[in-house]
Structures are given as C-alpha cells and as structure tokens.
Design a protein. Structure first.
Length: 117
C-alpha cells in the first residue's frame, strides 16, 4: 500500500511540475522584453513611451542595449540638440531603472536559492 502511495505521489509531483511548466510557458509568451536585443532611440517622446511600457510578465520591460541615434547635418553637427539632451537623460533614467530591476531579480533568486537549500 505504501509503495502504491509513494508511486502516486511521484506521479502527482510530475503532473504538478508539468502544469507549472505549461503555465510558465504561457506566461512567457506574453513577454515583450528585448533581452540581449537592441533598441534604437532617436525620438524622446517615442522612447519615453517605450521605456514606460511595462512587460506583462516581468513588470519592468527590458529593452536590451539602447543606442542613442543622433541625426546630424551636412557637416556632422547634431540637428536638434534639445531633443538629444532630453533623450540622453531619458536613456540614463532607463539604465538606472534597469540596473535596479536586475538587482531586485538577483535578490529574489538568492532568496529562492536559500529557501530551496
Ligand atoms: Zn518580459
């Protein structure tokens, strides 16, 4: 009887793990992050809207590596310096928020590791 019970528990644990995996996959399908990707930013308003769009899975949306695109004139001079400085500040703000979120994730992973051991 106890052999059948432990076999049943093992099967339930497998089913439980599979259900968690399926739920995780469904959740990740909604992720809009760009982990390891690139975001080219040239318009402050568009970038601000993009950086403030949350990820339905992770909360904070990872935009990958952000490149500040500066549009220049014939002689290499930046055309819109006001937009460029505003965009530069937005990118700095985004990078600070991203670093904080990565620190928070490391703390959560550390807590998980401690709870499992
Ligand atoms: Zn995400």
């Amino acid at each position: 009887m106890s052999g059948r019970l432990s076999s049943l528990r093992a099967r339930l644990a497998k089913i439980d793990a599979k259900l968690i995996d399926v739920a995780r996959q469904e959740l990740l399908a909604n992720c809009n992050c760009k982990f390891g990707g690139l975001t080219f930013a040239h318009d402050p308003e568009k970038f601000e809207a993009e950086m403030n769009t949350p990820c339905p899975v992770h909360g904070f949306r990872d935009l990958g590596s952000v490149r500040h695109v500066v549009i220049v004139g014939k002689h290499g001079e930046p055309i819109d310096t006001t937009s460029n400085s505003r965009l530069g500040q937005l990118i700095k703000d985004y990078e600070i928020r991203r670093a904080r979120c990565q620190d928070d994730l490391r703390v959560l992973e550390l807590k998980d590791d401690l709870e499992e051991s």
